[in-house]
Design a protein around this ligand. Structure first.
Ligand code: BES
Ligand code: MN
Ligand code: ZN
Length: 492
């Protein structure tokens, strides 16, 4: 799907040749004298066009409109969230239609609304196709975004289309069935992404990981016939001397629970347990396009969690790369076991900050549902940046506590730490476990167990938190170096 940005007022929009014209109508919309404005004014007068986003008004071959279909979509005060709802409704209404080329008119919407609109078009028109034989792909081919002044919206538009590419890459890999997204395939996908986008990538296998001493990660992988992979991605947009931000994504391509096996109902959804990994790939896809002036490292430990004669057992003690020994009391708490070694590996980059992204706990789904991701941070500035990035990207998170008392349950009589504590505060217990491996840098943790995918009839990856991550990363660019002293300081 191609997006194009254009300066387009209502008069010009009426003449646009496309399959469907969508006009967002904010409450403050002032109708002009053109055909489109007249229709809006008439619909309002008749009470057929509400102010709140949601319901849309559709017309066919409307007078004075070149497009066959016309969709009028109210968007309230035009906040980014309202624009998102309105566009989801409008593009959703066209879903069954033959419309391939649409024009979406936003008027004088600010950058944030342009971003919301582009994201919502992509979301409403996304179709998974990879493993369907009757490959009915996406219907939309071309989307023109019409705004009052295209020059002013250029940056927001570029950001939005890059994020869409990233989200769609994340969705593709997260949605793939587990036999089409093995650790090996995920490693190949990372190499391919790096090749196409000019990134650096290295994929380690069992031998190299053993040499690094990642005993915790290896213990999760040992019950599976699929060999583990450890993916290292690098984006270099600043001098080598500049400390990078490191992203770490949980890449469990299927989580049966291992010997502590899960119930079979909905177990298929545990193919999404690499949603964190997918979001790291997606963020790198977007960053490669936007080219921020900074360095970024992506780490993805990836394996399956399977029960087997060789599988790790409850009671086994393993030695992590950090040297800390871990008593595995529940093999279903595997995410933290692969992440802890990746967090130790991250130390070698002397990072400015490390953020891990993981579908880590069912408890986080209970705490926050599917609206906000759980966010933990050892640094207040980092927490604020993640929170603000989530809000700006309409991909929100919520800060959770890290009081030391929450770690009490992780005590073990046979190792330095146990991998589980009681059920109460489960998302926090998991974060406290991870925190033990992050002493050397500011650390953030996103538990996306509730937000990375949807269940039921809408089952599928959401691509979250790619939007949050890209917003966060762009905000982490350091101020440009101060001008050399030769330039005389300007006086009043
Ligand atoms: N991948 C799951 C977490 C999960 C469960 C995400 C359900 C989304 C929906 C994780 O590996 C897991 O199994 N966690 C356990 C931890 C427990 C054994 C302490 C959980 O949440 O039940
Ligand atoms: Mn598990
Ligand atoms: Zn898991």
């Amino acid at each position: 799907m191609d997006f194009e940005l254009k300066t387009l007022g209502t008069a010009a929009a009426a003449g646009e040749k496309c399959d469907a014209l969508v006009l967002l109508v904010p409450a403050a919309f002032k109708p002009g004298k053109d055909a489109l404005s007249r229709l809006v004014a008439q619909a309002r007068k008749a009470g057929d066009l509400e102010g709140k986003p949601g319901p849309v008004l559709q017309a066919y071959r409307a007078e004075g409109i070149a497009a066959r279909r016309l969709v009028l979509a109210p968007c309230g005060e035009g906040t980014p969230a309202q624009v998102r709802s309105a566009v989801l409704a409008a593009v959703g209404a066209l879903r069954g239609s033959k419309a391939r080329r649409i024009t979406l008119c936003l008027g004088d919407a600010p950058g944030a609304a342009v971003r919301a609109a582009v994201g919502a078009v992509a979301e409403a028109s996304y179709v998974y196709a990879t493993t369907k034989s009757s490959a009915e792909g996406r219907k939309l081919e071309r989307v023109v975004i019409g705004v009052g002044n295209a020059a002013l919206a250029r940056t927001a538009f570029a950001h939005a289309t890059a994020v869409v590419q990233g989200i769609e890459l994340a969705k593709e890999w997260a949605n793939r069935p587990p036999n089409y997204a093995t650790p090996t395939m995920l490693g190949e996908a990372a190499l391919e992404l790096a090749r196409a986008q000019g990134l650096e990538c290295e994929v380690l296998g069992p031998k190299e990981v053993a040499k690094l001493g990642m005993g915790s990660f290896m213990s999760v992988a040992q019950g599976s016939n699929e060999p583990l992979r450890f993916i290292v991605l690098r984006y270099n947009g600043a001098p080598k001397s500049q400390a990078p931000v490191v992203l770490v994504g949980k890449g469990i391509t299927f989580d049966t629970g291992g010997i502590s096996i899960k119930p079979s109902a909905e177990m298929d959804e545990m193919k999404f347990d690499m949603g964190g990994a997918a979001s790291v790939l997606g963020a790198f896809r977007a960053v490669a396009q936007l080219k921020p002036a900074m360095n970024i490292v992506g780490l993805i430990p990836s394996c399956e969690n399977m029960p087997d004669g060789r599988a790790v057992k409850p009671g086994d003690v393993v030695t992590s790369m950090s040297g800390q020994t871990i008593e595995i009391l529940n093999t279903d708490a595997e995410g933290r076991l692969i992440l802890c070694d990746a967090l130790t590996y991250a130390e070698r980059f002397k990072p400015r900050a490390v953020v891990d992204i993981a579908t880590l706990t069912g408890a986080c789904v209970i705490a926050l549902g599917g609206v906000r991701s759980g966010m933990f941070a050892t640094d207040d500035g980092l927490a604020e940046a993640l929170l603000a990035a989530g809000d700006a990207a309409l991909d929100p998170c919520w800060r959770m506590p890290l009081d030391d008392e929450y770690a009490d349950g992780l005590k073990s009589n046979f190792a330095d730490v146990a991998n589980v504590a009681g059920r109460a505060g489960g998302a926090i217990n998991a974060a406290k476990f991870l925190q033990r491996f992050t002493a050397r840098y500011p650390w953030g943790h996103l538990d996306v167990a509730g937000t990375a995918w949807k269940s039921g009839s809408a089952k599928g990856s959401t691509g979250r938190p790619v939007g949050l991550l890209v917003e966060f990363l762009l905000g982490q660019q350091l101020e440009a170096a101060p001008k050399p002293a030769r330039a005389p300081a300007r006086r009043k």
